[in-house]
Design a protein around this ligand. Structure first.
Ligand code: ZN
Ligand code: ZN
Length: 128
């Protein structure tokens, strides 16, 4: 905890669990109320529909989804990577898989020298 810049308005504030300055936090709470109210009346909504109906910024709706504030409703929102509509996590299945695939080479152990090669170098001749 310390001083930080509010990600919303850029003002310096004392860092807290909301990660927003008190002003923006209050605003976010008011927005959250609006979204929660709206979701009471619908079974399913996309991020865009919530935005249109409540006027709350996409960014804030996403933050509410990620912080678990408005979970339990079927809300579709775009994958952070490709924009496909998803209803859980941050990435669609395809992008999560892509990321896992990209991680693999780093996890592989360094290539091992075949033992025969090492031996031939040690004895200066080809192995039998
Ligand atoms: Zn702020
Ligand atoms: Zn995706």
């Amino acid at each position: 905890m310390g001083l930080g810049n509010c990600p919303e308005c850029g003002k310096l504030y004392l860092e807290n669990t909301a990660l927003l300055c008190p002003d923006c936090y209050r605003k976010q709470e008011a927005d959250a109320e609006k979204v929660i109210e709206y979701l009471k009346d619908v079974d399913k909504a996309t991020l865009e529909e919530i935005h249109q109906a409540t006027g709350v910024k996409h960014k804030i709706i996403l933050r509410l989804i990620r912080s678990g504030r408005i979970i339990g409703n079927s809300i579709s929102y775009p994958c952070e990577s490709c924009g496909t509509l998803i209803d859980e996590g941050r990435l669609c299945e395809k992008c999560s898989k892509n990321i896992l695939d990209q991680l693999k080479p780093d996890e592989r152990p360094p290539e091992q020298q075949p033992l025969t090669k090492i031996r031939s170098r040690m004895y200066g001749r080809e192995p039998d």
